[in-house]
Design a protein around this ligand. Structure first.
Ligand code: HEC
Length: 705
């Protein structure tokens, strides 16, 4: 043995002793039984066969093709050697987790069901009764986990309506869920996605009975008369008649089954960007709710943004973890936010575990709008996304730097709570965070791992004047009000932001397909079921460049616009499509929540074009979160560069990376079958302008290991 290999051997031995809190499981089987790993959503696996030392030997062991292509945000489940996942077209399937061979795949046969995206599903079993629950359009579905057949005794032949507890106002409004429910005993508590416009349904929290599909309880996130919080809105706002709705949980929940408490973060009230018709603090929007899981009764709450006018939804399920203070264990709940904050509370009492200050924020200059004068600011940990921009932060590699500086100077920008304005505002962190829907991982030592975006956005508020409403009587007008904010006034889209061009639509898609897409939405594209048949046809005529005369009979009151709308979901980019601010544009963070201090923070992701020019450390936007393992590793995909990476969770050192067939905009799952540890990631691409994929890939160590 030469000196070098002797050194390496010693080094290997020294490093391979796992920390004491995370003992070797070495189990023949280890499941990933629930969304994000378990009821605590900790995205943590006690599996430790794959270690810092052997991770470089990881290789692909199987690839499962779903056959239909497109975004797959799914975090798959593994139970007793069977992997349950979702296809891009939102169909559940079951495959063998050791070799990827198919057991069953559902096909609902309904074209309209093929147009959304799913972050996962739920497994529930009681004796021989084993069920898979997931959502499709506005339905909660239940299938037999072994055969894939619908469970006829559940709801109406295997499905129950997600609108059951929303009241008549929900009517034919857009109500779906991209995120799987949370199980407590025989109940499933459901997230909801609703419109973010003035046509938003109320986003109440609903629990359904898993056996029958019947509604079990409802919590009103927009309180009814007599309920706490009612006075934080104008009277009768709950009727959902004045263009105010939402306050929905779209990002998922966590449950403490021992205590019987479910933790539910809610999003902003809609319309997202103008609150002139909802003056007040707006409880329980943007709130972490602790509810009695059996009854839906509120135990405690904390509002993280008051009267939100910036779409500052908490973007992910909370993490349940245990921290140590002065020698004592404290069961805590952590919530990451789009602003880049971590809020940490005592799970039982709701007491903040790091002091939170109410800091003054700038007022709005929009007529009728009263921005709340202060917002909560955790004193620790420090934000995981930058909070401030100055002229020095405008990109020095931008070919149009002068133009960007000009735009920056002419925009409103006064820190992280700068309100929107008619002249245009810089929103930073951007509308997608900060933290995102991939969620954060936590480990038994009390460390939280977060991938964060650092993108600035530039958005203008625009008046919805009567002439515009008048313009709504043509296909062009309907387009301007409903579609132009994303697809552009000129229909050319915005590729960098992921909004496709609709020019020359007829060359690519037939009218039928576009018609059903407008009705049901897809991915980040909302649905527009509120358009009447005439409006719908007038819009299609416009998209297919048919000349139509103004139809006097059209009534647009149903789609009544709010007083304001936004100029578009637009990122602040340079002339070449790169972020207009200095890097990092994305980071990976490890924060010790026992102390609030950072263990490490690194740029995460890259732009291949810039890496070729020697700028490989820029970081990039990421969607899909990390998992951590007892083997000392953090696995994460999530970036447009198609990489799947493994880091040393102690210090953020990159240990392994591989290139996926398409970007993995999803959170991986870790499991053990027959004594072998696997890690699986869905790669559907189809976001941030990336190409589409159709597969799930599993990695493991080679046999000889
Ligand atoms: C909030 C942003 C947003 C709004 C508003 C919006 N869309 Fe989209 N649209 C998208 C996104 C994102 C996609 C890509 C969806 C995917 O493939 O996952 C898309 C896709 C489409 C496509 C398919 C294009 C292709 O080449 O595959 C059509 C057609 C379309 N939208 C029409 C419309 C129409 C008509 C409206 C107005 C009624 C509208 N959209 C409003 C974001 C939006």
């Amino acid at each position: 043995m030469n000196r070098l290999s002797a050194f390496l051997l010693l080094f290997t031995i020294a490093c391979s002793t796992p920390p004491e809190t995370e003992t070797n499981t070495n189990l023949p089987g280890l499941d990933w039984p629930e969304f994000q790993g378990g009821p605590d959503r900790s995205q943590y696996s006690p599996a430790d066969q794959i270690t810092r030392e052997n991770v470089t030997k990881l290789e692909k062991v199987w690839e499962y093709h779903t056959d239909d292509e497109g975004q797959i945000q799914c975090n798959p489940l593994v139970i007793n050697g069977v992997l349950y996942g979702m296809t891009p077209a939102v169909q559940p399937f079951a495959i063998r987790a050791d070799n990827g061979s198919e057991i069953w795949k559902a096909d609902s046969g309904d074209e309209e069901n093929f147009l959304s995206t799913s972050r996962g599903l739920v497994y529930w079993a009681e004796g021989p009764d084993k069920r898979i629950l997931y959502t499709n359009q506005s339905w909660l579905m239940a299938r037999n986990a072994e055969t894939g057949e619908l469970i006829s005794s559940f709801g109406d032949n295997g499905r129950t309506s997600l609108k059951a507890g929303l009241g008549a106002a929900a009517g034919d409004k857009f109500v779906i869920s991209n995120t799987p429910g949370t199980v407590f005993e025989d109940l499933i508590v459901m997230p909801l996605r609703v419109s973010e416009g003035p046509d938003a349904a109320p986003g109440y929290i609903q629990a359904f009975n898993i056996r029958t599909g019947k509604l079990a309880w409802v919590f009103h996130t927009i309180p009814h008369p007599g309920e706490d919080g009612y006075g934080t809105w104008p009277p009768d706002i709950y009727r959902n008649e004045s263009g105010v709705g939402a306050a929905n949980n779209w990002a998922g929940m966590a449950v403490d089954r021992e205590r019987g408490i479910i933790y539910v973060p809610t999003g902003s009230a809609a319309f997202d960007f103008y609150g002139g018709n909802r003056p007040g603090q707006n409880l329980y929007a943007n709130t972490l709710l602790a509810l009695d899981a059996r009854t839906g009764k509120k135990i405690w709450h904390y509002q993280m943004v008051h009267h939100d006018i910036l779409d500052r939804d908490p973007p992910s399920a909370p993490n349940l973890l245990t921290i140590r203070r002065n020698g004592e264990d404290i069961d805590a709940v952590a919530q990451i936010t789009k602003q880049g904050y971590v809020f940490l509370f005592d799970r039982e009492t709701g007491q903040p575990l790091f002091e939170i200050e109410e800091v003054p924020v700038p007022p709005s200059d929009i007529p009728g709008e009263s921005a709340w004068p202060t917002q909560p600011w955790p004193t620790l940990p420090a934000p995981f996304a930058r909070q401030d921009l100055t002229e020095q932060d405008i990109s020095t590699i931008a070919s149009n730097r002068e133009e960007l500086l000009e735009l920056f100077r002419n925009s409103r920008y006064e820190g992280p709570f700068t309100p929107l304005s008619l002249k245009g505002s810089i929103i930073f962190p951007g509308l997608d965070g900060g933290g995102e829907w991939g969620g954060a991982a936590t480990d038994p030592s009390g460390v939280i791992y977060i991938n964060s975006n650092e993108m600035a956005w530039h958005i203008r508020l625009m008046e919805n004047n009567p002439e515009l409403a008048e313009g709504m009587t043509t296909g062009e007008g309907i387009y301007a009000i409903n579609c132009s904010s994303c697809h552009g006034k000129d229909r050319k889209g915005n590729e960098a932001s992921g909004f496709p061009s609709l020019a020359d639509l007829s060359d690519r898609l037939d009218r039928e397909a576009v018609s059903s897409l407008i009705k049901s939405g897809k991915g980040m594209m909302p649905a527009f079921p509120q358009l009447s048949d005439e409006q719908h046809q007038a819009l299609l005529d416009y998209l297919y460049n048919k000349q139509i005369s103004k139809e006097p009979g059209l009534d647009f009151t149903e789609a009544a616009p709010a007083a304001y709308r936004i100029s578009g979901y637009t990122k602040f980019l340079d002339a070449d499509g790169f972020p207009a601010i200095e890097p990092p544009w994305g980071t990976l963070n490890a924060i010790d929540l026992n102390t609030g201090e950072y263990k490490w923070k690194i740029p995460f992701g890259q732009y291949p074009e810039l890496a070729e020019r020697g700028m490989s450390n820029t970081g990039a936007e990421s969607y899909g979160g990390p998992v951590v393992t007892a083997g000392g590793l953090l696995f994460i995909a999530g970036t447009k560069d198609k990489r799947f990476r493994a880091y040393d969770k102690e210090n953020g050192q990159l240990l392994w990376e591989t290139v996926l067939p398409a970007p993995g905009f999803a959170t991986p799952s870790v499991y053990v079958v027959n004594g072998k540890q696997y890690i699986v990631i869905a790669c559907g691409g189809d976001k941030l302008g990336a190409g589409k994929g159709d597969s799930y890939l599993a990695f493991a160590l080679p046999e000889a290991n």
